[in-house]
Write a protein that binds this ligand. Sequence first.
Ligand code: KIV
Length: 278
Amino acid sequence: MKRQSVLDLRKKADNDEKIVMVTAYDYTMARLVDAAGVDMVLVGDSLGMVVQGHDDTLPVTLDHMVYHVQCVSRGLQRAHLVADMPFMSYQIDGAQALASAGRLMQEGRANSVKLEGGERSAEAVRRCVEAGIPVVGHVGLTPQSVHAMGGFRIQGRTEEAADRVVRDAVAVAEAGAFCIVLEGIPSDVAAEITNRLEIPTIGIGAGPHCSGQVLVCNDILGMDLSFAPKFVKRYARVEETAVQAFEAFANEVRAGSFPGPEHSFERKNAPRKVAKLY
Ligand code: KIV
């Protein structure tokens, strides 16, 4: 089966069909989200937090991303695969951005790359697009700038800040991005950007007026129930189910009831006589 192309996604948005994006970081999760029929799978650098256990995404390297994109790529048949460009893999100049994006496409087999930032990242977007690499922009709350923002804070709340987010989105679109993630901004600002741009907008914490929505797979599944920001909706409580399953396994092993005969193997003929060694 063919993966969704940038043209398929564009057609969807033009027909007012919402675009669904979910993150995945490994082969197993990729198979599950692909089977659910999502349009786009993002190997986000959020893996720094939900897979590697860091407080932010800054420690994620390009090598980490290539590895996870390769794992996810093997699990996808239908969904368009977006690979995140990690911190310091595109900020230096256009040549660095192109080299990093090239690795994610060539070694990772991604269908497009995503990078954060508006006006300041326009040159990086342009260089990749000129080389034939489709780019997803990302403006508003950009987690790689967590220190500059003073934390993971909603952006664009004042008039001046909203203007800045709109300018950033326009700059990324003009640089040639085929799609843009709007993260952590007021709904009306996201609506304005969505109306103004010809490319689809994918929201996370950006209200209902975007062309599509993205959430982190772990959040959709409720794999960490202590994490409950306002923009997340849980569709399952996998943390509870998983802990119960591991406890049940541990109890059965300790009680000697696992493995039973149905999970054990026998010899073809008579059971072997085991000499008593003790
Ligand atoms: O890294 C990530 O998962 C992201 C999404 C939250 C948009 O950038």
